[in-house]
Design a protein around this ligand. Structure first.
Ligand code: SF4
Length: 430
């Protein structure tokens, strides 16, 4: 029996027990369904086990060496390669990805550019008060989940932050107030108790609510009679009372606030509200936690920041980082690329139709361990080991705490890790 971290999502639960003889994983204890799915991927039907190349529209088997050669050839001949994904791989692979982007004068971006990277961008202007899972367990008395379906996207998050008893609190769930702000009644509403506050805000009215709270901050006297953003006066009073009276409050920011169609000012103004309350508070403070989906989305931000001084969207030319406002979305939208290397993600499923169409119009190299919509149209597919099971490495949890992933078994069919594959491509280039 071994205790290992789970790489099923960005919570990286480090209390999973596995029974393994080093060849097979016999039992997994403590993981949620999503975590179990990660382990099931070892023998899943959609697992990619051999490298493939597209010839005359058909995918054909090719040797690992052949696939690496072809991938390097495409990248070598590219003038505007884009590299994307890197949120489901270890920090070691992310580091190699950035090195490769430099070598081919390419553009590299991670999934965080359309997710939690937006929060860190906004924080450049406003500052940010972050917290950790341990601090929430030990101290939090108020949790506000805003635009996130935590119960389904990060299945064990609420177990940990809502129901656990902390070191500095005599009680756990009993003293924690939960506020959920969402236009949709998600599964997370199911854990609400009598003291909790469910706020079904009108769609796309988050900015109105934040602005009203900023105006009313610390005073409930002048709330409009008709309420704000579909919330009535009593709801507004409740949220204000909780925000200004908490000792240790946490706002958990979800994809509902970060989605592309959201007003860019939302996050900036939310962070301003937090700073405003914290300045006025005599005791206590509010902090922020971002919930990214992929297990190492936060890792890319750390690696990019520490090596290049920018957390995502890195454009290189002559081994130097260029100033750019581009993101992976604008690059694909404007057809400003001539080939792509996709690592551990499925943009064809996630991006809008027109962007997927643009991406599909140029050669795609895919490094991944499972079949997806992207593998259906990729030109070269190189299978990779499942990190956190078939290889170890570093990852950053959603609260930016580093966690060391462990290797439990060898990957099948001599499959390489993401890091090893990118290293081999680099070697062929130089
Ligand atoms: S919550 Fe995430 S990290 Fe924890 S067991 Fe489930 S999938 Fe794994």
């Amino acid at each position: 029996m071994k205790r290992i971290p789970c790489s099923g999502c960005s919570l990286l639960c480090d209390d999973i027990i596995v029974r393994s003889d080093g060849l097979f994983v016999d039992e997994v204890i403590g993981a949620c369904l999503k975590g179990k799915e990660r382990f099931d991927q070892i023998n899943a039907k959609n697992r990619i086990l051999t490298p493939l190349i597209r010839e005359n529209g058909e995918l054909k088997k090719i040797s690992f060496e052949g696939a690496i050669n072809q991938a390097s050839k495409i990248l070598n001949n590219s003038k505007k390669a884009i590299l994307y994904g890197f949120s489901n791989v270890t920090c070691e692979a992310q580091l190699k990805g950035i090195e490769l982007a430099k070598l081919v004068n390419g553009f590299i971006d991670s999934n965080s550019t359309i997710c939690q990277g937006k929060v860190l961008n906004a924080a450049k202007n406003t500052g940010i008060t972050l917290t950790t899972i341990t601090e929430i367990i030990n101290k939090a008395d108020l949790l506000i989940i805003w635009g996130a379906n935590a119960a389904e996207s990060i299945p064990r998050l609420l177990n940990k932050v809502l129901f656990s008893r902390g070191k500095f609190r005599m009680t756990g769930r009993e003293i924690r107030t939960l506020i959920i702000i969402d236009p949709v009644k998600t599964a997370s509403f199911g854990v609400m108790g009598v003291r909790d506050v469910a706020l079904r805000i009108e769609p796309n009215k988050d900015l109105d609510l934040i602005r009203a709270l900023k105006e009313e901050c610390c005073s409930a006297d002048s709330i409009p009679e008709k309420g704000v953003a579909g919330l009535d006066k009593d709801d507004m009073k409740r949220i204000l009372l909780n925000l200004t009276g908490t000792e240790n409050g946490v706002i958990i920011i979800g994809q509902g606030l970060l989605k592309p169609q959201s007003n860019a000012k939302i996050i900036e103004e939310l962070l301003e509200l937090v700073q405003m309350i914290n300045l006025k508070q005599e005791k206590g403070r509010i902090s922020v936690l971002m919930v990214g989906g992929h297990y190492n989305m936060a890792g890319f931000e750390h690696i990019a920041l520490s090596t290049c001084g920018k957390n995502h969207s890195l454009q290189f030319s002559n081994n130097k980082l260029l100033e750019t406002q581009d993101t992976i979305i604008s690059k694909i939208e404007n057809n400003d690329f001539d080939s792509s290397l996709i690592v551990g993600t499925d943009p064809i499923s996630h991006l809008p139709y027109q962007l997927s169409k643009n991406l599909a119009s140029k050669p795609i190299i895919l490094i991944d361990n499972k079949r997806s919509a992207t593998s259906e149209i990729a030109d070269i597919i190189i299978p990779s080991a499942i990190s956190g099971i078939e290889c170890g490495g570093l990852a950053f949890r959603l609260d930016h705490v580093p966690i060391e992933l462990k290797k439990i078994i060898n990957p099948p069919s001599n499959i390489l890790t993401d890091e090893e594959i990118i290293k081999k491509i680099i070697k062929k280039l130089t």
